[in-house]
Design a protein around this ligand. Structure first.
Ligand code: GLY
Length: 358
């Protein structure tokens, strides 16, 4: 078992990583004594695949648990779902001595974390992420929330889990596109924080893409360690945490301009390549390093070019209204060397135009 501590004073918590952990969580939860009863929250798809096995493993450890579900997909990530789930919790008599367990991908973690943050003004929750993206990113760091028609993640809260349980084995049955979504974030960590991890990803590409579990587990451990360090330094994203948005400024705009037909990871891959080009254009980043990053992204089967058919004016309009833009000026996370980035809003519009041009 690999264990990483997210050190946030009284809100500190462990991230536990192990092949097959899903079957053993009950014993660990029992030992931690977080609540008297647990409500597992899952989407209908994950509940169908893993729900029964997970509940049985909790019950075998004498952990009192039940399961509630919501329909699968980002369309469910809204206040209506939170209200419906809150009603279910109230109907089964959940109180402050109980806790929620998010079993699923990023949408499930975000909804469940937010529900835990607001139900009875806050009850404990546990993250059990089942996609690579949620294992290396969204389950760690306490960002929770839902979408509103005006934008994604516009209503939410920083609310840390009590524990994060990661079973690398669930990745064996993950659809390829879901794996690639996660790999874009994995590559992101190496470029923003760790040149030796970048080399690790260069060397271990075949093992990672072939789902070699020990290598995947080590990859997840390194990503979670980096994320933990960043979150410890800046829990509420007023400084360092912004580096986690590398590739996301243009990435989010591409995602939105495609009406979300382009998956998050693919858009982030294009956004990372665009950010590298902006950094080269500003003479911040050597072009040979940009060549290596482009090669790494491509070698994992991720796209680097923004599709020709996407409307560039729409991309630019989204850049200006990005929720992290200040007075219409988007900020960018730009690499200065592999393993280091800087955050700036000082990027001429002409350079952005050049980089996103067809
Ligand atoms: N996914 C970015 C963050 O957690 O800050």
């Amino acid at each position: 078992m690999k264990e990483i501590e997210v050190g946030l004073g009284e809100r500190s918590y462990p991230i536990l990583i192990k092949d097959g952990l899903l079957h053993e969580i009950g014993d660990d939860i029992k030992k931690r004594n977080i609540a008297k009863r647990y409500v597992v929250v899952s989407d209908a798809h994950v509940a169908g695949l893993l729900g029964e096995m997970f509940l049985n493993s909790l019950k075998a450890a004498d952990v009192q648990a039940e399961l509630i579900t919501f329909p699968q997909g980002e369309v469910s990530k809204n206040l209506e779902t939170v209200a419906k789930l809150a009603s279910k919790l109230a109907l089964i008599g959940v109180d402050r001595k109980d806790a929620l367990i998010a079993l699923g991908g990023g949408v499930t973690g975000d909804i469940t974390g937010f529900l835990a943050a607001v139900y009875m003004r806050g009850i404990p929750f546990i993250q059990v992420p089942t996609t690579l993206l949620s294992q290396v990113d969204s389950s760690v760091g306490g960002k929770t929330g839902v979408d509103i028609p005006e934008g994604k993640n516009l209503v939410g809260s920083f609310y840390q889990p009590q524990c994060v349980y990661i079973d690398s084995n669930v990745l064996s049955s993950l659809p390829r596109e879901e794996l690639l979504n996660g790999l874009a974030e994995v590559i992101k960590y190496s470029i923003i924080y760790d040149a030796s991890f970048f080399e690790y990803l260069e060397k271990n590409r075949t093992s990672i893409l072939d789902l070699n579990l020990p290598v995947l587990e080590e990859t997840i451990r390194i990503c979670c360690t980096i994320k933990a360090k960043v979150v410890e330094a800046d829990e509420r994203e007023s400084g360092l945490r912004r580096i986690l948005n590398f590739g996301h400024t243009i990435g989010h705009a591409v995602e939105a301009a495609s009406d979300f037909a382009i998956a998050h990871g693919m858009a982030v891959a294009m956004g990372m390549e665009a950010a590298c080009k902006l950094a080269v254009g500003k003479s911040l980043f050597p072009s040979e390093d940009a060549g290596r990053t482009k090669e790494l992204i491509r070698s994992y089967g991720l796209p680097v070019d923004i599709p020709k058919e996407l409307d560039r004016d729409r991309i630019k309009a989204y850049l200006k209204t990005d929720k992290k833009a200040v007075a219409g000026r988007p900020f960018f996370v730009l690499p200065t060397t592999i393993g280091k980035v800087t955050v700036t809003d000082d990027v001429p519009e002409s350079l952005i135009d050049q980089v996103i041009a067809r």
